[in-house]
Design a protein around this ligand. Sequence first.
Ligand SMILES: Cc1cc2nc3c(=O)[nH]c(=O)nc-3n(C[C@H](O)[C@H](O)[C@H](O)COP(=O)(O)OP(=O)(O)OC[C@H]3O[C@@H](n4cnc5c(N)ncnc54)[C@H](O)[C@@H]3O)c2cc1C
Length: 566
Amino acid sequence: MTDISTVNLDTDILIIGGGAAGCMAAIEAKKTDPNIRCIIMEKAHIERSGCLAMGLNAINAYLNNGQTPEKFTKYISDEFCGVIREDLVYSIAEGLNESVKQVEDLGLPIEKDQNGDYVTRGRRSIRIFGERLKPILAAAVYRAKVGVLNRVAATNFIFDGERVKGAYGFSNRDGKLYVVHARAVIVTTGGASGIYKPIKKGDARNTTWYCPWNVGTGYAMGIRIGAEMTSFENRFVPLRVKGVNAPTGTIAQGSDIMHRNALGEEYLEDRYKHLGGEKCLSIYRLLGTLQEEKAGKGPCYLDTGGLSVEAEEKLKMSYLNMNPAIVLLWANDGYGPSKRPVEISGMEPVVIGGHCQAGYWIDIERRTTIDGLYAAGDVAGGAPKKYVSGAWVEAKIAVKTAIEEITNVELLHINEDAVNNEKGRILCCLNGSKELSHEELEISFHEIMDEYAGGVTAHYELTETKLIIARDKLKGLEDKLRNLRAEDNHGVVSCMELIDKFDVAKVLIEHLIYRQETRWPIFQTRLDYPERDDINWLGFVNSVFDPVNDKVKIIKRALNETLCNI
Ligand SMILES: Cc1cc2nc3c(=O)[nH]c(=O)nc-3n(C[C@H](O)[C@H](O)[C@H](O)COP(=O)(O)OP(=O)(O)OC[C@H]3O[C@@H](n4cnc5c(N)ncnc54)[C@H](O)[C@@H]3O)c2cc1C
């Protein structure tokens, strides 16, 4: 094949990724200015895409009675061992309840008690009936007359060396390159799964906890144009129900259910009595569980044995709103959680800015370090535990800033050479030699990340020696990326995804090497620097990629260095 056809589009605001943050950004843009032109470029279909595709059963960031933005920020700081962007977290906390009300007004059913108050799940969470959350958001996007490009996967930003002017996207349906010029671009493509070898094997490898189609393309596109990234080393390791990857909070949060090891011991009470035992911070629940397993006392369980029939039914209903697989598993096995405890285990690490804080280094108005580019949701760094409601708040802030700042921005088209370059990258996948499929190369990539960069089989543990091996081995594989061959349009997207995963992994490894302490156990355990070191490391590890020299430059930023120096 020698060419692919092009579709050219112009808009004021381009939103890349139509998930929680992307849909909210689009709705907000049209609310702020009904005449503004706004396009969402979405890899899947906005009705069922991203983390919300199966639904949700709780809003995990919400200020219940007695909670304040100050308390919320302190809680997040404690959970993340003192290193968070307090300015970002505080600004999220201020907008949480209003954004939830906005989505309730769009049609999201929220569980209420007899007084009409939201049913709480702990101090900072409320219960929702969220199975249709994504279709509700999508309907609001369509009502607002936002242009939606479904099944178009963004591949790169349109960038002239100074300003982002839009993005390229490849359609897995018509095989065309979409060249969308915009006066401002908001990236909301979520975090990155698939960087580490998945726990599940073979055809089931994509049945992972985090959305398998969020592969870090938003990060990779930013990395390639030199955007500053933060905290990639603060990986997230989900503690989930074994086999079905269902979040454990649905069972444990706000209940009296205990964690037990295979000997029946209440290990959180034993290990962390001084930190609240069963009520300890979630990082200790993960650490405790994995240490029990390593000590030969696993598997570990949530002891659901005492659940009443009514409580079990309620639990099933709740999971049907978010992870139906667990309910099907119980139905298939012929027993429910009240009959047998629920086994839990850690999953492969994920790079993500919504549970942890890996992502774009942004300022409080959600500008990235590149002109014309704004970030929100899981792709944005510095503000962990923002979850879905935090993603909405960030999207609203980003769109407000973008709209304010485009007043004097003219829509300018990039030259043909740049467009041809991007076509060339895609054609390369269609014309590559058949030497290697993306599946085969991905297996080698995953082996490296798993064994040398702290994956599941390495107990998530890291050493400089192994990380340097990972760096070298990845470098050795990089050339093969140019020889991948796609059989069809879906194959093209898979090849581009693998290239993006390599770019994310390259940055991740440098971050992991650089932080010479153990700040977030399991997420970032350095066997060669096992202690937390506040004197040297109470701050951020940031990076900027230099494509000319193929080098990731690390920038150490102090805790109070909250502005991007833009
Ligand atoms: C299984 C699971 C359960 C969760 N449960 C809860 C919960 O109960 N409560 C809670 O508050 N939070 C929960 N969360 C967190 C919450 O869902 C996320 O924080 C939130 O959805 C993040 O929003 P986002 O817009 O950044 O990402 P997403 O909602 O994932 O949206 C990203 C979008 O970008 C698109 N995209 C990706 N790559 C490209 C590309 N190259 N081009 C174009 N589009 C692209 C994706 O298809 C997707 O639509 C859960 C997350 C997961 C994974």
